[in-house]
Design a protein around this ligand. Sequence first.
Ligand SMILES: Nc1ncnc2c1ncn2[C@@H]1O[C@H](COP(=O)(O)OP(=O)(O)OP(=O)(O)O)[C@@H](O)[C@H]1O
Length: 245
Amino acid sequence: MISFRAASVAVPPALPGDPDPVLLRPATLELAERRIAVVGCNGSGKSTLLRLINGLVRPTSGAVSVDGLDSVRDVRRLRRHVGFLFTDPLSQLVMPVVVEDVELSLKATIRDRHARRAAALAALAAVGLEHLAERSVYDLSGGERQLVALASVLAAGQRVLVADEPTTLLDLRNNALLQRTLFGTLGGQVDQVVYATHDLDFAARADRLLVVDNGTVVYDGAAPAGVQAYRELALGNAGAGSGPR
Ligand SMILES: Nc1ncnc2c1ncn2[C@@H]1O[C@H](COP(=O)(O)OP(=O)(O)OP(=O)(O)O)[C@@H](O)[C@H]1O
């Protein structure tokens, strides 16, 4: 269960004397569903909301917790419980060689070096990238990096996954592979996936959908109606006729 209790985020103003810009207005949410999508226009506050979940952003007021772990007080334990997939995979690929990056995620759980290598190769195979195991992460395409980041995050074995626009760099086939892999882990090692996306077909697959506008959660409910609400919000009347496919 992911809980937001009147959680808000404000930052210091760029110019002295200006009011503090509010990135997220107080949000109270109890998120228990397995697949939770967050949609909204550029700059609406989706990443801010996602980053609150694993303590990358601290609430200015209110509180956020995941399965009883407070995002400020228990932040170290929270980070072991909640994995985060960044929009830009280079933000999180820390080892120079693909297989080594996945092995790093397994270090806490598999002590034997050979077993760790085998598990890392299996994690890469799950996203169709075992042939890239010995390549430099800097030589990969953007989409290949995004899939390696997914393999590394899944290998870490966290119960909750937060993914910030995880399909932005992926072609149609790999987009489908990512969705299959991400959702396929649910009910196994993973209890919940929370993802922000501009891909409305991906968003429509959620069990619950949040629409964020100008730092406020303006819709919270079923995905198909939420996608439609977002179309109308973003496009006005032009979006009203085009329902989710
Ligand atoms: N540290 C900060 N200081 C000032 N403004 C910030 C800071 N972090 C984010 N913002 C602003 O807060 C707003 C929300 O940012 P956020 O990254 O949450 O949006 P988003 O919905 O994820 O956008 P996108 O779809 O473009 O990724 C943006 O206008 C951004 O410029």
